[in-house]
Write a protein that binds this ligand. Sequence first.
Ligand code: RP5
Length: 181
Amino acid sequence: KLLGVEGISEDVLPSDGKIGSSPLVGVIMGSQSDLPTMQDAVNVLRDFGIPYEVDIVSAHRTPEKLMTYSKSAAGRGLQVIIAGAGGAAHLPGMVAAMTPLPVVGVPIKTSTLNGQDSLLSIVQMPRGVPVATVAIGNAMNAGLLAVRSLCASRPDLREKMEDYQLKMKETVDGMSEKLLE
Ligand code: RP5
């Protein structure tokens, strides 16, 4: 149990929020309630062996922390930020406004509008401040996008990504073969 959430183990999210000595990817979210969704991004980073850090940063409840986090991110060695938020989800856009790093936004599914509110808040960034938005609740793709953006300068990671893609292809090929049996 971590941050009060059942099923999140310490080896995935250690209590200091950091895995590896120099995190390359920052995973942040507006609330502890976003953690079960955001864990999929963390799992991808862990599987690809990317050092990451995890924290809760709320644009409207902890605006000073948001500013400190965003402004210090590049200088601290982060290369990508994944930000998940729900409802009037301004966290990813606000982070993108205060860092030169690529920001991947994860719209969290909400109980009132099924995450359509989160999606539109995140995807409709005005010109000049981009947020790469994944599908509602799809933190796994956010993790994969972060890995892909690191691939440009990391041939070892590119190879791992190609293996991952090959495995997906083989899985689908296997399904077709079973259908034809
Ligand atoms: C947003 O409000 C968070 O990102 C979360 O998705 C949503 C609800 O937060 P809690 O009320 O669960 O803390 O800031």
